[in-house]
Design a protein. Structure first.
Length: 110
């Protein structure tokens, strides 16, 4: 193999492949998340995002208020989601969080 061939092989084998559709979806999600403000309702956020959450969890707090967390992929390269927390149906917190790692059995590593 020529020197140029070896260099090309090295760069191709060390590169990171990112599915274009996932990258674009994350960019689109981030653009919408940037429009969300504290105090907005579930319906307002869904209208801004243009779709339901990619992941959702709900529970009741000790005082009976509902807590919902909506998650959207917002950074495919860094493997980050944005989690929007609603308390009593209104945005209380917006934060970024890394994807949960899964072990070989498909169980969460955390």
């Amino acid at each position: 193999m020529t020197r140029a061939g070896l260099i090309l092989f090295f760069f191709v084998s060390c590169g990171v492949w990112i599915p274009r559709h996932a990258f674009r979806m994350a960019q689109e999600n981030q653009k919408h998340v940037d429009q969300i403000r504290m105090g907005q309702t579930l319906a307002e956020v869904e209208r801004i995002m243009g779709k339901p959450p990619e992941r959702r969890s709900a529970r009741l707090r000790f005082d009976g208020l509902s807590i919902e967390e909506w998650s959207y992929l917002t950074d495919y390269v860094r493997k980050m989601d944005t989690i929007i927390t609603f308390v009593g149906g209104k945005v209380e917190e917006i934060r970024s969080a890394p994807w949960e790692d899964e072990d070989e059995d498909g169980k969460s590593g955390q």
